[in-house]
Structures are given as structure tokens and as C-alpha cells.
Design a binder for this molecule. Sequence first.
Ligand code: AVJ
Ligand code: FE
Length: 437
Amino acid sequence: PSAHDADALKQYVADELERSRRRSLDLTTGTLDDGELLAQHSRLMSPLVWDLAHIGNYEEQWLLREAAGGAALRPELDDVYDAFEHPRATRPTLPLLKPGEAGDYIGQVRRRVLDALDALTLDPGRELLDAGFVFGMVLQHEHQHDETMLATHQLRRGDPVFPATDDLPAPAALVRSAEVRVPAGPFTMGTSTDSWSLDNERPAHQVDVASYAIDTVPVSNAAYRAFVEAGGYDDERLWSPAGWRWRCESGKRAPAFWFREGGTWLRRRFARVEPLPDDEPVQHVCWFEADAYARWAGRRLPTEAEWEKAASWDPATGTKTRYPWGEDDPTEEHANLGQSRYHPVASGSFPAGASPSGALQMIGDVWEWTGSDFTGYPGFRSFPYREYSEVFFDQGYKVLRGGCWATDPLACRTTFRNWDHPIRRQIFSGFRTARGV
Ligand code: AVJ
Ligand code: FE
């Protein structure tokens, strides 16, 4: 948050709570009927109404009870909306609040939170409240679930509810070379000072990185299609052993939502079928597919450290920035973020968003798979609860970086870490490749 004094910080929090809630409602009760909100569109996802009430229950637990010390409103809901108690596939069988009830519930939580906010002191005396941290955590949580709800929308069939096209400009960059080089040397990974950073981004620590080259832009649909058409899915040598098992068991031969009709590649996007746009970054690939493509290209996925160094480090000055372009909050000139469109834009867009190393679109467009497993940084301390990050460490999750077109700017920065199973591809995931030099 850019706010400095206490009242301005509270006003910023209140405005952002309002903005995220409008987004959540637009994705649910504002768009779909009760039947669609209660339906399970895919076993990989929750019914949308589960996400909606879960957002409010998380807010009740962290803002109303923990931060404000208020009385519990609906403690009997804690179990139903506990993500660890109930895997997504089983959530339709739970006694879920109906859409109207869920809307009423989250609205009641919100009114009590706003009343309590006035009396709170957002100061360093309480770590949870210092610089409004817990509000930042809850806001990021709501936006993360909104992105998850967009993945559910992508899996849903039925009448389209999002616009088919948009006319937002995406300035094109002059891409001088396919890759950029990053010289060897230490850089600062993670952060100890970003007040709304989450526990897994902390603490800042020095990492020595050997020299490498990384793709200037994310791998495009056309580039990925060349891999598909070259028989990449039938060549075991290109796949890791686990990746080949996934390929054989799943029978997949292309990214999710791609299909061929005659000689033409099409894709399904939010309940519409359209020609596959050549120059958009590929999305809906799993880690195994990204890893196999990279091997086919004679390259590999970047490590998490390589990704962050290329995105945030200026070797000339030895400084690290929150965004590739510096410290300024993202605008439409910098990146495709915040669901202003419902798709990534052409690889090679946003010259104003370039990093010091010259890489483009490190932030926004598609989440980028890295070669790294999700684990804690040296000196990691779980805060404020183990289930946010720590229980996922060293469990075979792979790290994704950079956010995508659906990620809100409030939930995106060069230190932000996302993670998922290497088989997952309903998320808005793409990648770029790298090599040692
Ligand atoms: C950080 C996106 C992996 O959605 O599982 C949501 C975020 N944590 N509720 C997820 C999260 C608790 C998390 N990811
Ligand atoms: Fe959650």
C-alpha cells in the first residue's frame, strides 16, 4: 500500500475491501443463477458458492475474530469452509449456504469488519496488524479465490458470460533477441521489508546465481504448437519419468482446451470456441508439459532464483525492485493484470514493463512454471499460520511466478510465489525457458 499515515492506510484498506468484494460478486451472484453457482463444473474445482462463502469465513476468522477481537458470527461454518477438512471434489456434498445466504453472510461479516476497523490501531505493537498486514493477507486471499473462480468459469459449459473481445491497447515492444543474458553474481531473493508480503516470500537473502540466458518473452501458442506438431507428446526422451507417466495415463496431446478441426487449431475460452491466437503466450499447460517443451527446445525451465533475478534485479546498480519496471504500481502500460481482459496478450507486449535485464511480461499474462520445488527460504518463519505455506513445503509442489491476466495487482509482485501440483493445468499457467551460459 502506498498510504503512509494511519487514516490514509485505513481508507486504502476500506477501498480495497470494497473493490475486491465487487469483483467476487461479479464472478458469482452477479453473473450466474443459483443452479450454476451450486453446481460442480469440474471435480478439480469447488462449487462457486463454496469459494464465495469461504472468502467471508476467512475474513470472519482473521479480521473479525483475530484482528478485531470480535465475537464469532457463524462459528458453525468454520468446518464447512475449511479447505483442509474437505477436498474440492467433496465440497458439493457439504451443507453449503445457498447463494443468497452466502451473500448475506459475507455482507454481515464485512459490515462488522468495517465497524471494527475504525477502532483498530495498525501499528507495530501487534505483528498481525503492523502496517495493516492481516488486511493485506485477507485482501490477497479474496483475489486469489477470485482467480480460482475464473478457472472454474473456464471449465464451465453453458452460455458465455464474459465479453468475447476487448479493445484495450497492448503496446508492442521491439523484441531485439529471443533471449536476454543475466551475468553471474549474487542478488537479493525475497523480501524482509514489503509489509504485505506473505510468509513464504520472507526473509530477503543473498543467492549466488551462475550466468544464464532466459527467454525475452513467454513461450507463445505458435511455438508450443510446433512442439505438438513435431510429435513432442510421443517422444519419451523429452519427458521426465513422472512426466511420461502423466502423459501416458492422461492421454493428453495438447494443452487443455485446445482441439483440432480439419487442419485448424481452435481453443475453448470461457464458453466460446475461437481460433488459437498464434502470438499469445501458451496457457493451460502443466509443469510436465513445460518441462518437456523446454527439453525439446534444447533448454530448461528457469529456477525460481533465475526467474526472480531476471525480473527484479538491476546488475548495473545492484538494486532490487518490487516490479520489473521499478517501484511504481502497475498500470495498463506495464502489464496485463487484474482481469481487465480475459486472456493473455501477445508475447512481446508492454515495452514499459521490461525488467533491467530486458525481459518482457515477467508480471502478468500467464503464471510461469519454474523448475523449482516449493520450499521455505533460509530463515523461514511461518506467519500467521502454518497452513498458509509451510504445510505445502517439500510436498512435490512446483513454484509459479509472475501472476497472470487474472491476478489482481494487489496480489502480484516480483517476490510473490505461487505453487501447484506438476499435473495441474486448469490454472492460467504458461512458462518461459532458460539455459546456462
Ligand atoms: C497460493 C494460490 C496456491 O489457492 O490454494 C487460498 C492461496 N490459500 N486460500 C490456493 C490460498 C488459502 C493458494 N495458492
Ligand atoms: Fe482460501
